[in-house]
Design a protein around this ligand. Sequence first.
Ligand SMILES: Nc1ncnc2c1ncn2[C@@H]1O[C@H](COP(=O)(O)OP(=O)(O)OP(=O)(O)O)[C@@H](O)[C@H]1O
Ligand SMILES: [Mg+2]
Length: 354
Amino acid sequence: MKAIAIANQKGGCGKTTTTINLGAALAKNGKRVIVIDLDPQAHASFALRKDDRSLDISAYNVLTEKPEKKRSFESCIVHISPGFDILPSNAQLSTLEQELITREDAVSVLRKALSSCHSYDYTLIDCPPSLGFLTFNALRAADWVIIPIDMSPFTLVGVGKLLGMIDLVEKKTGRAPQVSALATLFDKRTKYSQSILDEIGSFFGDGLFQTVIRHNVALKRAVSEGTSVISFDPTSNGARDHMMLADEIMRCEQYVPVSKQNESESGNDAKEVTFIIEAPEASEIYLVGEFNDWVADEGSRLQHAENGFWEKRMELPPGTYRYKFLVDGEWSIDHRNQNVESNEFGSFDSIIRI
Ligand SMILES: Nc1ncnc2c1ncn2[C@@H]1O[C@H](COP(=O)(O)OP(=O)(O)OP(=O)(O)O)[C@@H](O)[C@H]1O
Ligand SMILES: [Mg+2]
């Protein structure tokens, strides 16, 4: 199960829209998905509502300690469509922080609750527009944080605080979620959309999804119909963009660097690892990291394989190594490897453990 938190303290940047439509798109691809609505505003619950009843049962009942309110995770789930469920929210969720204030592990209650939830491929957590207790719980539970960033002036102001909170999670737990930015509400007719997209690109580098979510009215209309845009209008730009995003996410998941025991060296535990990158336009690529002192030379150059792929085989002794590709002079993490950690330069390295 992969837990993905969709977070940004900026209101209205597309967190809920991303959560529900990415969820529906992953489910459409045969994945088992649950949305955790962790926002007391309950917008995701409303957007995927089955009927107009306000919800008495919510994530609060799973996370509370009060015996009279406590419910099992399974009993609070609402089924939306085949392979697509939601753990809904309601306003009571905003009281959880006060209730758990004396508990030392208060910021880990969601992570603990999710640890028993194995029947899903993806858990998507819709965060509230703040960097408080609920968002911290989501970051603590997440393997991956997606930051939707809308195309408005000063949109990156505040993202640094979220990244700081993610660093804090790493310091406290020794475990950092992967971080990716997603450009949302892109409108090619407005003159600053492209310049803001460029700004986000230079800030996040490889951490920006190639998929861009365009401004599309079908996304709003689907909400008023209580369904995802994938069901509401599968041919709309909104549906296409979220299907592309799901595709990009599933592609990132498929790959882990291939490693196998090197039989010719059976006396030690070295493993042969094949690193692969798809870069049809590139003219030279190096694989550099802690295993070769970050040196780009003939020994670290990748070979051209078929269909725009490049590869490099290396024999690595047991250990944990940070690494990156250097593609025509530009740094790139290994997009096929979900293990990434932030580095001292404010960007990210891929990590491989032998
Ligand atoms: N790509 C888009 N095209 C058109 N409308 C959009 C798009 N993305 C989001 N919206 C609309 O913008 C509004 C805010 O989006 P959304 O609720 O997803 O943001 P949010 O970040 O979850 O907000 P909040 O911070 O309040 O939780 C909604 O009315 C939504 O329908
Ligand atoms: Mg929201």
